[in-house]
Write a protein that binds this ligand. Structure first.
Ligand code: MF3
Ligand code: CO
Ligand code: CO
Length: 247
């Protein structure tokens, strides 16, 4: 069932999304060679709680930390640890914030220090792919047009699309209907005003194949090449969309 949110609900989701955005800004400042992913996790956990919100990834289906940090060949669901960030690392940070009973979900990928042109393009084009998808969004449009737009942009730029994980609806729960794939499917879902969804391309520099790490959470590329991930929570409007996890 795909729920349509009232203006009151959207306003709360905007508050949750704003705290999410601010948390990303805090982590961006702290992200430097030598910091551990655990230290970034602690900064995020404290920051979110200081705003009266909850880092809802903690204990979500048993996830052991407050945010996800995925480095290099880790696609998503990286678990913060004593791993130190190094020059040239590709670091994806995915944050969920729960506020007044509503969720927000947003991810960014950063290159720490120097990287090759190929890796720089991976990160820039994954971000572009998210906005290529969002460009298509408005009430009345088929959801699979958004998916196709992301896929086409990725392939045009020589990147592969991870198929095992998809975007999703969001609201009082982190994951709601509908699925929002980053590749074309025969989905018959039509976007409607007031739907709140997370669009989140996960693109690989090499092949699309991934596997789950021994920790039972972290998704990694089979070929060991880097992956990038960008995500926004949005509300569908009559003429387009509004970012709920934007500035
Ligand atoms: N933020 C992820 C998503 O985009 C979900 C993370 S759940 C966790 O859907 F348990 F891994 F944190
Ligand atoms: Co997320
Ligand atoms: Co998500």
């Amino acid at each position: 069932m795909i729920s349509i949110k009232s203006q009151r609900e959207i306003d709360i989701m905007k508050e949750a999304g704003h705290i999410n955005y601010l948390t990303h800004q805090e982590l961006k400042k702290a992200l430097k060679p030598g910091i551990t992913t655990n230290e970034l996790n602690i900064i995020a956990d404290k920051f979110i709680r200081s705003h009266g919100a909850i880092p809802s990834s903690l204990n979500y289906e048993g996830f052991p930390k407050s945010i996800c940090i995925s480095v290099n060949d880790e696609v998503v669901h990286g678990i913060p640890s004593n791993r130190k960030i190094k020059n040239g690392d590709v670091v994806s940070i995915d944050i969920t914030v729960r506020f007044k009973g509503y969720e927000s979900d947003s991810a960014n990928t950063y290159i720490v220090g120097d990287a090759s042109e190929k890796v720089t393009n991976l990160v820039e084009n994954t971000k572009n792919a998210l906005y290529e998808g969002l460009k298509v969004v408005k009430a009345g449009v088929k959801l699979n047009e958004v998916s196709k737009s992301i896929e086409d942009y990725a392939h045009l730029n020589g990147l592969s699309v991870v198929e095992e994980l998809v975007g999703h609806g969001i609201g009082t729960s982190m994951h709601e209907d509908p699925d929002v794939p980053n590749f074309y499917t025969k989905s018959t879902v039509i976007l409607k005003e007031g739907m709140t969804i997370c669009v989140e391309p996960m693109l690989n520099l090499g092949k699309k194949d991934v596997y789950i790490d021994d920790n039972d959470w972290t998704i990694k590329t089979v070929d060991g090449l880097p992956s990038a991930h960008f995500e926004h929570t949005i509300v569908v409007t009559k003429n387009g969309y509004e970012l709920l996890t934007g500035e």
